[in-house]
Design a protein around this ligand. Structure first.
Ligand code: DQA
Length: 149
């Protein structure tokens, strides 16, 4: 069965109460639930890890090698800074999709660069909760899954 790892970076555990005007009022659990349902509709399983620690995220990417078919990652602010996560993703042989709730390109200049985008198959940003569902659809498409079993 197709297995997808959803990774959430720093501060995303605060979703629901964190800057709701930017990130909305849905919690991280809500987003994970939507992504899990979307994955199930393609016959895939999805498991999720959130961490505020760069090394924990890197070790999760290492553990996904040879195990998961795809990684969907919202790395939070590590998106803009972490060459270490960039390198870890480079060593993952499966599909990689970057997702963001907000549209970083329309925000402060420091958010305009993603150091992870060059090692992702693609990036989805600015669609709120829909970004996660679109991320799962992108994975299914890239893996050649066209319908549920
Ligand atoms: C974010 C955008 C990042 O710039 C920010 O640091 C986040 C959330 C998003 O989902 O919109 O923590 O990744």
């Amino acid at each position: 069965m197709t297995s997808i790892l959803l990774l959430s970076g720093p501060n995303l555990n605060l979703l629901g109460t964190r800057e709701p005007a930017i990130y909305g009022t849905a919690t991280l659990d809500d987003h994970v639930e939507h992504a899990t349902s979307a994955a199930a509709s393609f016959g895939a399983t999805l498991h999720h890890l959130q961490s505020n620690h760069e090394g924990v995220l890197i070790e999760a990417i290492h553990a996904a090698r040879g195990v998961d078919d795809a990684i969907i990652m919202n790395a939070g602010a590590f998106t803009h800074t972490s060459w270490a996560i960039h390198d870890a993703l480079s060593a993952f042989e499966g599909v990689i999709v970057e997702v963001h709730l907000s549209n970083p390109a329309a925000r402060e200049p420091f958010r305009h660069t993603s150091v992870l985008a060059p090692v992702a198959h693609g990036s989805i940003a600015g669609f709120g909760a829909l970004s996660y569902v679109l991320g799962v659809q992108a994975v299914a498409n890239l893996l050649g899954i066209t319908q549920a079993p």
